[in-house]
Design a protein around this ligand. Structure first.
Ligand SMILES: *[C@@H]1O[C@H](CO)[C@@H](O)[C@H](O)[C@H]1NC(C)=O
Ligand SMILES: *[C@@H]1O[C@H](CO)[C@@H](O)[C@H](O)[C@H]1NC(C)=O
Ligand SMILES: *[C@@H]1O[C@H](CO)[C@@H](O)[C@H](O)[C@H]1NC(C)=O
Ligand SMILES: *[C@@H]1O[C@H](CO)[C@@H](O)[C@H](O)[C@H]1NC(C)=O
Ligand SMILES: *[C@@H]1O[C@H](CO)[C@@H](O)[C@H](O)[C@H]1NC(C)=O
Length: 363
């Protein structure tokens, strides 16, 4: 039985509170801050059914340990110029999922102006998983995010699978900086079977340890990236495996970028079995000259964020004629192992620098 009316739900909540309230299934279909507080406290099986979140409000869900959260129907957020996030979830042992008919429609088209974070409207981050522990998130459909889609931050043990982020409308409607997944300061994160259509990084690992990305399909954005690394509070990337993925019609395929003049480290990163199709700018690009202020590059690498124990294995596919197959500009790198690299089609070349001796890759 479902309680679609807030009042009915509240009465139910109060009655049940004396007994086994935490086992209750609670459904909310209209946004109301008090109802959200009540379900946070009293429910372990929550359905959000077709919520419309008011302008400038974060749908903040600080959930009980062991809660299952299901999105149902179409969830929307009203337009407001601010940094967001529009959705912010925290908790332990959570299961976050969507019913078969659901979509999280952030209506990014209301904000999009082709300028992303560089001007125009102020665009909110869509969804932050903050301080989430030992949790799974699966079968979610996200559409048209104003800016970055999903951040996983300060989390430990997050397994994300079967998620689609569809910002395809942004190609013609001015979507920009619509990153798919960003990972920061987290440990033990797996992204498995993700589909991202967007206009910036498909995945960007800014910092964190023990991270796996597999079975990703990325279309139209900036590829599977590590970085930029450096210039933040925590600047370590360690033990990352990116595998079995397809990157299509994106600016880059495989990318690592570290920040010019910064400190930190990128250690034990492996990209394996990555297929590239029609990459526009760089098939493989490893750069130590990223300018975090301008979002550009300096053309000179610094070695404060050394890339060590780096493996590229079985990276194949095509780059557009006007693109570059492989570009490396790093300093202080060591212990690289590259094999089965076959990236072709790009007719532009750039001079590479800093590839460690015996790495098995050349430009
Ligand atoms: C997100 O949720 C966490 C945990 O409840 C909280 O500390 C943080 O302030 C929230 N962030 C925002 C922007 O609301
Ligand atoms: C990593 O996180 C997953 C998902 O929560 C969990 O099942 C697994 O036990 C964690 N592994 C370690 C080593 O903590
Ligand atoms: C993945 O998502 C699709 C579409 O939402 C769904 O049909 C399918 O059953 C899901 N697969 C798994 C393994 O959960
Ligand atoms: C390197 O990372 C891989 C995951 O890609 C992990 O299995 C392995 O244990 C790590 N190696 C070391 C020395 O930590
Ligand atoms: C190279 O990296 C090491 C850490 O591995 C660091 O101590 C050193 O300062 C770096 N060198 C340069 C030239 O940045």
């Amino acid at each position: 039985m479902r309680f679609l009316v807030a009042l009915g739900f509240l009465i139910f909540g109060l009655l049940a509170a004396t007994q086994q309230s935490l086992a209750a299934t609670c459904t909310i279909s209209k946004y109301n801050e008090d109802d959200i507080k009540t379900i946070e406290n009293d429910c372990r099986d929550i359905t959000l059914d077709g919520l419309n979140v008011p302008a400038g409000v974060t749908l903040n869900l600080n959930l009980n340990q062991g809660t299952k959260l299901t999105f149902q129907g179409t969830t929307t957020w009203e337009f407001y110029e601010w940094n967001g996030p529009l959705l912010n979830i925290t908790g332990e042992d959570l299961e976050i999922t969507g019913a078969s008919d659901h979509v999280l429609d952030a209506q990014g088209n209301l904000w999009w102006d082709g300028q992303g974070e560089h001007g125009g409207t102020i665009k909110p981050v869509f969804f932050i998983l903050h301080g989430v522990k030992n949790s799974v998130m699966h079968d979610l459909k996200v559409k048209n995010t104003p800016y970055h889609a999903i951040w996983i931050e300060n989390s430990d043990g997050v397994s994300v699978s079967n998620i689609s982020i569809n910002n395809r409308d942004g190609d013609t409607m001015g979507g920009h900086n619509t990153d798919g997944f960003n990972v920061w300061t987290s440990n033990n994160v797996t992204l498995d079977n993700i589909n991202v259509y967007n206009q910036d990084d498909c995945v960007a690992i800014k910092s964190g340890t023990n991270i796996v990305v597999k079975d990703a399909y990325c279309y139209g954005g900036h590829g599977l990236s590590i970085g930029s690394v450096g210039g933040r509070d925590y600047n370590i990337v360690e033990n990352v495996l990116v595998s079995n993925s397809l990157i299509e019609k994106s600016d880059n395929g495989v990318r690592i970028k570290t920040v010019y003049g910064a400190t930190g480290s990128v250690t034990n990163v492996t990209y394996a079995n990555i297929f590239l199709m029609g990459i526009k700018k760089y098939g493989i690009v490893i750069e130590g000259d990223y300018n975090i202020e301008t979002g550009g590059t300096t053309g000179v690498a610094t070695g404060g964020v050394p890339i060590k124990e780096f493996t590229l294995k079985d990276i194949t596919g095509t780059v557009a004629k006007s693109g570059v197959n492989i570009y490396v500009l790093v300093k202080n790198a060591s212990d690289w192992h590259c094999s089965e690299i076959d990236v072709t089609g790009g007719e532009k070349t750039k001079v590479c620098e800093g590839i460690p001796e015996g790495a098995g890759i050349s430009c």
